[in-house]
Design a protein around this ligand. Structure first.
Ligand code: SME
Length: 312
């Protein structure tokens, strides 16, 4: 049975006009595919979460929550940034069988406004060789409608800049957190432009800071800040762990003014838990300069390296 992709994609265009955000968009898109496509047993989305994919809205049997980027058909679509049409899943090395009835599969990457893969659309069938070239074209057009709609929705990712002492340990701490998509260490809110580590060390005025990109659906800002509070001494002035100096001050620097009330509320709440006054800066981000490459993911490069945060 052939699918009327013109009709399907017209319906998707109408759904994409409605206000909402990506979770509702993905939920309705998977429901529409489920109602329309014959011979399928799963239709839904995985969204990019750091190096991996994490389960999003879908129709079908319960599925695995996390797919590493090096695994499965979904991981291949993410890595290679192209549609994977798999006529026989058993012949695909690394295929992940969430539903043992699946015989064939198509996975299409969805790109965000910056052209990076932000999610994949995954459709499984219990029929061998279910997806034709016509299906590929129709479903790629369907995915494209979703991609366009995603750009107008509340972002799937937000960014906040957090200073919590030596940025080596802080970066590892945030990298291990579910809902954190990407991190980068750098120097924030100081005087000089593009400072070097040496200049920052000698008091150029910047704070060692981690740029934290996160998914607010999975990790609301308030929760992220609570987790940050767990690894800092918020009353210490220009000092964390064994490190002393203005570059080791604590601070929350927001790029989106809409985050200011949340930051202030979180700090007010925190201050009630301490007798001393807090030393955590609460400021808009003035500037963030990425640190030198050898500082990025430092503790991955040097697993036994200095770290003021205890991970056990
Ligand atoms: N088969 C997929 C895993 C997801 S399930 O199909 C829902 C894969 O190999 O990536």
């Amino acid at each position: 049975m052939t699918v009327d992709y013109k009709l399907l994609n017209g319906q998707m265009e109408s759904l994409a006009q409605a206000e909402g955000w990506y979770v509702s968009l993905f939920a309705n898109a998977s429901a529409l595919l489920w109602e329309t496509l014959p011979d399928i047993n799963w239709a839904g989305f995985y969204t990019v979460d750091g190096p991996d994919l994490v389960l999003g809205p879908f129709h079908g049997k319960v599925a695995c929550i996390r797919i590493p980027r090096e695994k499965g058909v979904c991981g291949a679509a993410l890595r290679e940034d192209r549609t994977m049409l798999v006529p026989d899943v058993h012949a695909f090395p690394g295929h992940i069988a969430c539903d043992s009835a699946s015989r064939s599969e198509i996975v299409i990457p969805l790109r965000d406004g910056r052209g990076r893969v932000a999610a994949v659309l995954d459709i499984d069938s219990p029929v061998l060789n279910r997806f034709s070239e016509q299906d590929r074209q129709g479903l790629e057009a369907f995915a494209h409608i979703i991609e366009k709609a995603m750009k107008g929705l509340a972002p799937m990712e937000k960014t906040i800049y957090l200073a919590g002492g030596c940025f080596w340990g802080c970066q590892k701490y945030f990298d291990l957190m579910d809902g954190v998509i990407e991190t980068e260490v750098g120097y924030a809110n100081g005087d000089a432009e593009n400072p070097t580590y040496e200049q920052v060390k000698h008091g150029a005025g910047h704070a060692e800071t981690v740029r934290v990109v996160y998914d607010p659906a999975r990790l609301p800002l308030r929760e992220l800040l609570e987790r940050y509070f767990q690894v800092i001494d918020p009353t210490a002035v220009n000092h964390q762990g064994e490190d002393f100096g203005i570059q080791y001050r604590t601070g929350i620097y927001y790029a989106d003014p809409a985050d200011a009330p949340t930051v202030t509320a979180a700090l007010n709440d925190l201050s009630r838990r301490y007798d001393k006054s807090l030393a955590v800066e609460n400021q808009p981000l003035q500037a963030f300069y990425p640190a030198e490459e050898y500082h990025q993911k430092y503790l991955e490069k040097h697993p036994g390296g200095y770290c003021h945060i205890h991970f056990d």
